[in-house]
Ligand binder design. Structure first.
Ligand SMILES: NC(=O)c1ccc[n+]([C@@H]2O[C@H](COP(=O)([O-])OP(=O)(O)OC[C@H]3O[C@@H](n4cnc5c(N)ncnc54)[C@H](O)[C@@H]3O)[C@@H](O)[C@H]2O)c1
Length: 400
C-alpha cells in the first residue's frame, strides 16, 4: 500500500530518502524552509552532486510522485531530517531545528500517524523532548495513537545511492508495533537488513559509530605525537604494529572534520559526562591537531623573513568538496591570525581552484600539503620540478 510521506528537511539526508520513497511508489512531499531547495526539487534539479541520484530524480515515476513545498501538510508518515549541529559554546546538541520541525507538523498529526526521526540526536531525545511536545500539544499518545521511531541515517556522501539501499537500517521504535510500521516504510526501498530495537538504543548506537572512529583516530594521533617526541617515524611504527593479526591502528592526520565525527561524540558526553572520559579526551586530542600542525608549519618557515606559505587542500577529507568543520581550514585560520601570508587552494572546492600549481607556488617558501586528494597528488607529482623551480625556498611538506 502506498502512503503519503512528508519529509521535513530535504538536504543531504532528507532528499535521497524522498527520491527513494517516491521511486518505490509512495506519494512524497518534501518540505524545506529553504525556498531554493523547494524550487530545485519541483524543477527536477538536484543540488547534491551525486550522479546516480540525478538519474533517479529524472525518472518519470519519481517526478510524478514527488513534490516540494515550504510548509507541511497532512500525511501518513512524517520523516524528520533537519540539522542537529553542535552548540559551539556549550558543546551540546542544538535541537532548535528538531523542535521547530516537530512544531511545524503538530497541527497536521492525526491518529495512526508514524513519525520517524532520521536526524542524529542525543539519547533520550525521542522520549524526553519529542514525546512531551506531541502529547502536550495534541490529544495523541505516543506508542498508542501515534508512533515515534528513530531510524538514523548512515550514508556516506559520495556514495549515497548505493548506501541508502544496501546499508543495514537501525529501526528504533518506542514499542514493537512502531518498529514494524517504521520497518515497512524502509522495506519499500532498502535491501539491507532491518535491525529492530528501541528508540534509546538506536539513538545511542548511531552515536557510537562515529565515536568509535573519533577515538581510533585520536589514538593514532597520540601515538604519532609520542613518535615525534622519540624522533622516529610514527606511521612506520604503526605499519609494523599493524602486522600483528589483531591490531589495526588508523593513520594519524591533521585532525577530524565533517559534520558527524567531530560532533556526535559530544552528544554522548552531554547525557553522561561522568562516564565519557575517553570520549571527551579523544575529542580534545583531535581538536588540538590543527594547532599542532600550525605549529609545525611555523617551525618550517622559522628564520625566513616574511615567509609565503601555500596550503593545498581545504576539504575535511580527501576526495570530497565539503569543507564543514575542516581541520585544513582551521590550520590556515590559525596561521593567518598569527599574521602569516597563506594562500589556500583546493581543486575540488568551489572558489578555491587555480590555474596551475607552478603558477600559485611562484615565490613561495613552503608548500604545505594538507589534504591528499588523489587528483592533487597526481598533479603534485607531475609538476614537482616546475613547482620547486618556481618557489623562493623549494620546501614541499605533506602534513597528513
Ligand atoms: N549528511 C550526512 O551524510 C549525514 C549522515 C548521517 C546523519 N546525518 C544527520 O542527518 C541530519 C540532517 O543532515 P543533512 O546533512 O541532511 O543536513 P542539511 O543541512 O543538508 O539538510 C537539512 C535541511 O533541513 C532544512 N530545514 C531546517 N529546519 C527546517 C524546518 N523546520 N522545516 C523544514 N526544513 C528545515 C534545511 O533548510 C536543510 O535543507 C543531521 O542530524 C545530520 O547529523 C547526516
Amino acid at each position: 500500500m502506498s502512503d503519503t510521506i512528508v519529509i521535513i528537511g530535504t538536504g543531504y539526508v532528507g532528499l535521497p530518502a524522498a527520491l527513494m520513497l517516491a521511486k518505490a511508489g509512495h506519494d512524497v512531499v518534501g518540505v524545506d524552509i529553504n525556498e531554493n531547495i523547494v524550487r530545485a526539487i519541483n524543477e527536477g534539479v538536484l543540488l547534491i552532486k551525486e550522479e546516480d541520484l540525478q538519474a533517479i530524480m529524472d525518472e518519470p515515476s519519481v517526478k510524478a510522485n514527488l513534490r516540494a513545498q515550504s510548509t507541511p501538510c497532512p500525511g501518513d508518515v512524517f520523516i524528520i531530517a533537519v540539522p542537529t549541529p553542535l552548540d559551539p559554546r556549550k558543546k551540546v546538541a542544538d535541537l532548535s531545528y528538531v523542535r521547530s520541525a516537530i512544531e511545524s507538523i503538530l497541527p497536521y498529526l492525526r491518529a495512526g500517524n508514524l513519525i520517524i526521526v532520521e536526524s542524529t540526536i542525543p539519547p533520550l531525545t525521542c522520549r524526553e523532548v519529542i514525546t512531551p511536545m506531541i502529547e502536550e500539544a495534541t490529544d495523541l499518545r505516543v506508542g498508542e495513537t501515534v508512533y515515534l521511531a528513530h531510524c538514523p541515517e548512515r550514508i556516506l556522501p559520495g556514495d549515497i545511492f548505493h548506501e541508502i539501499v544496501h546499508n543495514d537500517r537501525i529501526i528504533g521504535g518506542v514499542n514493537v508495533e512502531t518498529c514494524e510500521k517504521a520497518a515497512d516504510v524502509y522495506r519499500s526501498f532498502v535491501k539491507g537488513e532491518m535491525l529492530l530495537t528501541d528508540d534509546v538504543t538506536a539513538e545511542f548506537a548511531k552515536l557510537m559509530e562515529n565515536t568509535y572512529r573519533d577515538i581510533n583516530i585520536a589514538l593514532a594521533n597520540e601515538l604519532n605525537a609520542v613518535a615525534e617526541t622519540l624522533g622516529i617515524d610514527g606511521q612506520a611504527a604503526i605499519d609494523l604494529a599493524n602486522r600483528h593479526p589483531r591490531v589495526n591502528i588508523l593513520s594519524p592526520g591533521i585532525g577530524v572534520g565533517g559534520h558527524c565525527i567531530p560532533i556526535d561524540p559530544w552528544f554522548i558526553k552531554e547525557v553522561d559526562p561522568a562516564n565519557s572520559n575517553l570520549i571527551f579526551t579523544s575529542r580534545l586530542i583531535n581538536d588540538a591537531m590543527p594547532g599542532r600542525i600550525a605549529a609545525k608549519i611555523r617551525r618550517a618557515v622559522r628564520g625566513i623573513a616574511k615567509p609565503r606559505i601555500v596550503a593545498l587542500g581545504a576539504a575535511y577529507k580527501p576526495n570530497v568538496e565539503d569543507t564543514r568543520e575542516s581541520p585544513a581550514v582551521a590550520i590556515v585560520e590559525i596561521l593567518r591570525a598569527d599574521g602569516y601570508d597563506v594562500a589556500h587552494y583546493d581543486p575540488l572546492v568551489e572558489g578555491m581552484g587555480y590555474g596551475s600549481l607552478a603558477e600559485v607556488c611562484q615565490g613561495a617558501d613552503l608548500v604545505a600539503v594538507l589534504v591528499p586528494h588523489a587528483a592533487l597528488m597526481t598533479e603534485l607529482d607531475a609538476s614537482d620540478a616546475a613547482i620547486r623551480a618556481a618557489m623562493r625556498t623549494p620546501e614541499v611538506v605533506h602534513y597528513q
